[in-house]
Design a protein around this ligand. Structure first.
Ligand SMILES: Nc1ncnc2c1ncn2[C@@H]1O[C@H](COP(=O)(O)OP(=O)(O)OP(=O)(O)O)[C@@H](O)[C@H]1O
Length: 940
């Protein structure tokens, strides 16, 4: 039994049954049902008289002693109440369930046939009263309504519905859950304003409404929830000012999170400094301005303080850090703070992360920094700091990251021969350091990036730096270094080597050609001489800039084809295609090379032919096999689709196919309700566990933005995954571009560009778990009504895994030019890779040319077409789509310039997505001109 002990259960057998009206009366009055107060006992007692008692029970009780009589009465009474409560509680839970949709049948054990509701999924009952105390249904894909009927559970203290898909305003009637101690509705799709009624929940100690779409002001009356310890309203759409009285009485607060509410526009309330128990204060990106209140120095329990990405001004209050014994992370980055470094910040010796980047701080870093014995990340870049970097900084035992670029630091750096060092990354570019490059860098076996460009370093390159087996990025350009480049033999992980604009002499070491992942070489503007070593042809170089040296001899053609000719200029004795000097010299060598190239071409053609054959056979086999084998299918629908897996599988036939990409075919099908959905069948999805697939797809399905295509659900059977997307009848931008005579007026192209950039921004920055798209291309930009774009097919790597993802991408002809040059050699995908691909889409929009036309073998891809032209006089104008009226020329040129920045070979030169969105939005007309272009033909 769910409520009573076995003895009680036995006696329950003989219980009188009250009529239904009576039962309803009990349910309707939760306050009266609350456990044993003398008052409530009397009230129940008097009601018991209304019930008829069975005769045998009457006889039994008459034969008993008076004490036994009383005991028995009490037992029977409790059993009775329990019996009633138990059935009424299960009824309440079933009512609560009936208001929700449960597409994954996670609550299948919530059933009238299952007697013990305390064992139902997510339910916890009190051991003493056997009444429900906690309902925890987080992460069950639930949608529909949150019914306030749940509040009639008299002892409910914890309600957790986090990580679901509830898409409604918060019910005012949740305030009837008066006993709630914890209310967690985070990470749903809740909208509307914060209901004032929530403040009636006076017992609340945890209120988590984060990661929803709640808007309006943070209500002042929230301050009456005096028992609150955790208040998390982060990642919502709150706006306006934060009223200081909210925090006057919240003395118990331990965690306060208002972060990621960019529409707030407020000063930091001084009252927060009075919350002496506060351990986590997170208000990053929440529209703050004004100064950091002095009262904050009293927050002695602080462990994490994040005020980054606001518009805070003024100085850090004096004494900030004194008494902060537990502070582990301090983030003031991306504000407009000024004044000096907070000297006392290391007082507690617990600090692990210190982020002051992108502010206007000045003055030196104090020697007290050496007290930061736990410091792992030190980021002070993009400020006006000056003086020497204290040598104690470099010997901090836990230090991994030093970012101090773009300041005015000076002086010499000590050698870093620190055997126990954990340094991974040092960036000190664009300062005024002098003296030698510090020795010992190569001995630090964790260091993968050392970047010290734009300083006054002089002397020879230390040879140990090129002996490191872990260094990936070395940038020592724009210094005054002399001597020759040492042989690089052990630097097996070196990706980027930049030594440009120094005074280096001697030859380019041939050993560079044996470094397997070396992709960027910039040794321009030195005094290097001799020939370009042919060994460098082994490398897949994305950048090879040797301009303005004293090199001679012929240029290995395969090394430089596709790279701008300007990377070779300024070497009068170099000869070869694209250079002023044609080579007359080593004809024989070139001939043998040409023969080599021909052989290479033959081998590649055979390999491609073979692959096509295998793929063809595979496709035929799949076709012969017909529709996917219907093994055991599991489906998770995030929206009620009203369709079974069988019906879905039946519809995946040739006549419904609307496209096919590297990951599989796309079919369109009509739901019983009349709407259409697009179903993408993922190839390469064998051996994936349902659990992992489900977790990843669920995360993706939560991405909700008007420029992101909605993922409505998925079906899984071993070896096959079907993704169900909303269907956009106009098809993709890629479809449109490939239509002969593609013509779309500029304002619509701009709208498509802005919308897709916004969708990408959402996935990169605003979505709670960052999603890198990894396959941005015009085919994956669907066109919605009014030319509102929706990006689709994002993050497929997360579902099918990296290896399958890469092999699918590699199999796709016609998308190669969207891939950034670093794609093949970088292990980790990055935001900059998406930016590159998006730049290619912008080029398509500006030129009106599809990125690639695999069928037209001779044609240039859009990047090569544009790059070759823009270097010529008036070349930029020549690449613009002639079908667009010249009145849009200026805007098109600006988008072209942005596209070229996005497609920079060096990832760090590409703009961030926020910048891309801003730049495109700045071109948007305030009021749209009337639409006169005919709509694109639909994909139907
Ligand atoms: N949700 C959708 N609504 C309407 N049409 C769609 C939808 N999804 C895909 N399509 C159509 O199917 C075509 C092929 O899409 P698919 O994503 O399979 O291929 P792709 O984008 O070329 O390659 P990849 O598999 O690399 O993403 C698109 O160009 C578009 O015409």
């Amino acid at each position: 039994m769910q409520c009573c002990s076995s003895a009680e259960a036995a006696s329950l057998h003989h219980q009188p049954r009250c009529n239904d009206n009576y039962k309803r009366e009990l349910i309707s009055s939760p306050a009266q049902r609350m456990t044993p107060s003398p008052h409530s006992t009397t009230s129940f007692g008097s009601r018991i008289q209304l019930c008829r008692r069975p005769k045998e029970w009457e006889e039994e009780t008459m034969a008993s002693s008076s004490a036994a009589h009383q005991t028995l009465l009490l037992t029977l009474f409790l059993s009775f109440v329990c019996g009633l409560s138990s059935s009424s509680e299960s009824d309440l839970l079933l009512t609560f369930k009936s208001s929700m949709e449960d597409p994954t049948l996670a609550l299948s054990d919530w059933s009238p046939n299952s007697t013990n509701h305390c064992n139902w999924t997510g339910i916890t009952c009190s051991k003493t009263t056997s009444l429900v105390t906690s309902v925890d249904l987080h992460g069950l894909n639930l949608t529909g309504d949150i019914s306030p009927s749940i509040c009639q559970l008299p002892q409910l203290s914890d309600l957790n519905l986090a990580n679901n898909f509830f898409d409604e305003a918060i019910s005012l009637r949740l305030s009837e859950c008066t006993r709630l101690v914890t209310l967690n509705l985070s990470n749903n799709l809740l909208w509307g304003t914060f209901p004032d009624q929530i403040v009636l929940l006076s017992s609340l100690s945890t209120l988590d409404l984060s990661r929803n779409r709640i808007e309006g002001q943070i209500p002042v009356r929230l301050g009456s929830l005096k028992r609150l310890q955790v208040l998390n309203l982060g990642s919502n759409l709150f706006s306006g000012i934060i009223h200081p009285p909210v925090f006057r009485n919240l003395r118990e607060l331990v965690l306060l999170d208002l972060s990621q509410n960019p529409s707030l526009a407020s000063e930091l309330p001084r009252e927060i400094g009075g919350l002496a128990k506060l351990r986590w204060l997170k208000m990053q990106r929440s529209g703050l301005h004004g100064a950091i209140p002095e009262s904050f120095v009293g927050l002695h329990e602080l462990e994490v303080l994040d005020l980054s990405q606001n518009n805070l001004t003024g100085k850090i209050p004096l004494g900030f850090g004194l008494g902060f014994l537990k502070l582990t992370s301090l983030d003031f980055s991306q504000n407009m703070l000024s004044g000096s470094f907070p000297t006392d910040v290391c007082y507690g010796k617990s600090l692990k992360q210190l982020n002051l980047l992108e502010n206007s701080f000045t003055g030196p870093i104090p020697y007290s920094i050496e007290k930061c014995l736990s410091l792992e990340k030190f980021q002070v870049q993009d400020n006006g700091f000056s003086g020497e970097l204290p040598s104690g900084l470099w010997s901090l035992p836990e230090l991994k990251l030093v970012r101090a670029e773009n300041n005015q630091f000076s002086g010499e750096m000590p050698d870093l021969a620190v055997v126990l060092s954990h340094l991974e990354q040092v960036q000190i570019d664009n300062n005024s350091f002098t003296g030698r490059i510090p020795g010992g860098l190569g001995m630090i076996h964790t260091m993968y990036r050392f970047s010290a460009s734009l300083n006054g370093f002089s002397g020879d390159l230390p040879s140990d730096i090129f002996d490191s087996p872990v260094l990936s990025i070395i940038n020592l350009s724009h210094n005054s270094l002399t001597g020759s480049i040492p042989e690089l033999r052990n630097c097996r992980k070196l990706v980027s080597l930049s030594l440009a604009d120094n005074s280096l002499t001697g030859n380019i070491p041939p050993s560079l050609g044996h470094l397997p992942v070396l992709t960027y070489i910039d040794i321009s503007s030195n005094r290097l001489s001799g020939e370009i070593p042919p060994e460098l042809q082994n490398l897949k170089l994305a950048l090879f800039n040797v301009s303005f040296n004293q090199l001679s001899g012929s240029v290995p053609t395969s090394l430089v084809s596709g790279l701008p000719a300007s990377f070779l200029q300024g070497n009068p004795d170099l000869c070869g295609p694209g250079l002023p000097n044609p080579c007359n010299g080593p004809l024989k060598r070139r001939n043998s090379k040409t023969i080599g190239l021909i052989w290479a071409a033959i081998v590649v053609s055979i390999a491609v032919g073979f692959t096509v054959l295998i793929v063809g056979l595979y496709v035929v086999c799949r076709m012969l096999r017909g529709k996917p084998r219907s093994g055991t299918w599991k489906s998770v629908f995030f929206y009620p689709l009203g369709i079974t897996e069988e019906e879905l599988l039946m519809a995946l036939v040739e006549k419904n196919m609307i496209g096919e990409g590297a990951f599989g075919k796309v079919h369109v099908l009509q739901l019983p309700g009349g709407e259409f959905v697009a179903v993408k069948r993922l190839l390469n999805s064998s051996n994936l566990s349902f659990r992992i697939v489900k977790a990843e797809i669920k995360t993706m399905a939560k991405a909700r933005h008007r420029n992101v295509a909605k993922l409505l659900g998925f079906c899984y059977s071993k070896g096959t995954i079907l993704l169900i997307f909303e269907y956009l009848k106009k098809g993709s931008l890629g479809d449109a571009l490939h239509k002969p005579g593609f013509s779309l007026e500029w304002s619509f192209r701009l709208k498509l560009a802005i919308g897709s950039a916004q969708g990408l921004l959402y996935l990169h920055k605003d979505y709670f778990s960052q999603i890198l798209h990894r396959n941005v291309k015009s085919n994956n930009i669907l066109i919605g009504d009014g030319f509102e774009p929706k990006i689709t097919d994002f993050g497929l790597d997360r579902i099918i895994g990296e290896a399958s993802y890469r092999s699918s991408v590699a199999s796709e002809l016609g998308s190669y030019c969207y891939m950034p040059p670093e794609y093949d050699c970088s292990k980790k995908p990055t935001e900059q890779m998406d930016i590159y691909s998006f730049g290619v889409v912008l080029l398509e929009l500006v030129t009106g040319r599809p990125a690639e036309q695999p069928e037209a073998r001779e044609s240039l891809d859009v990047i090569k077409f544009v790059r070759r032209k823009v270097n010529m006089t008036n070349g930029a104008l020549q690449v613009l789509d002639p079908k667009i009226s010249s009145s849009a020329q200026q805007e098109m040129l600006e988008v072209l310039e942005l596209a070229l920045r996005c497609t920079s070979i060096l990832p760090e030169k590409r703009p961030a997505i926020v910048e891309v969105v801003r730049a495109l939005q700045s071109l948007e007309p305030i009021a749209h001109p009337p639409m006169f272009s005919s709509e694109l033909p639909s994909a139907e």
